[in-house]
Design a protein. Structure first.
Length: 202
């Protein structure tokens, strides 16, 4: 995995998290001005843009500075690369992603849109961001399509963490019943290691 690919994965994680923030949080925006808070390959991010994104996707658990570093800047990096590769998205794909988030969080769409409109956020604002998220997800599929977990890795995790796979009466759950779940866990761990290695290098 090259460093460029590592950056892409970090961005994907940030985007998925920001999607949940959209459905969970509504904030009063801070006073904005045109101060430049970051520059990404020559593209400037001003305080107004940061505030808008934080207003839509921020959380009490994440400071604005952290949100800038973990979400806004990485998103810009990935979108720049997507543009270079000619990756794009459609309104239909954006709407499908929006409906997926709505259904997973079990939130009424009309209620959500009304609350966002009260904060000055339009449906067009949401669509534009979802279009960008679709692009990022598409690019991620290209970059991490070769990520795999073999049977030995699944077996090792199962043996090393047997205490995690117990029933209420203390019996161990057979591997065959939780193989897919363990595969997902191991894959996630691999991605986490990639992120940690990248952060250590920069």
């Amino acid at each position: 995995m090259d460093k460029e690919g590592i950056i892409y994965f970090i961005v994907l994680v940030a985007v998925v998290i920001s999607g949940w923030y959209l459905l969970d949080s509504f904030y009063e925006s801070d006073v904005v001005d045109e101060s430049i808070v970051a520059s990404v390959n020559g593209e400037k991010i001003n305080l107004e843009e940061l505030n808008d994104n934080y207003y839509l996707f921020g959380s009490d658990d994440v400071s604005k500075e952290q949100f800038l570093n973990d979400v806004v800047i990485p998103n810009r990096l990935l979108l720049q690369e997507a543009k270079r590769r000619g990756v794009n998205s459609t309104s239909l794909e954006a709407e499908s992603l929006f409906q997926l988030l709505i259904s997973q969080k079990k939130i009424d769409q009309e209620w959500l849109l009304k609350n966002l409109q009260k904060k000055g956020v339009t449906q067009k604002d949401i669509e534009n961001n979802l279009l960008e998220q679709v692009i990022i997800l598409k690019l991620n599929e290209k970059i991490f399509s070769n990520l795999s977990v073999n049977g030995e890795e699944i077996e090792d995790f199962y043996q090393e963490n047997a205490f995690l796979f117990k029933t209420e009466d203390g019996k161990t759950i057979p591997l065959i019943q939780i193989k897919d779940k363990i595969r997902d866990i191991v894959a996630s761990q691999k991605r986490d290691r990639v992120i940690r290695n990248y952060v250590t290098e920069v």
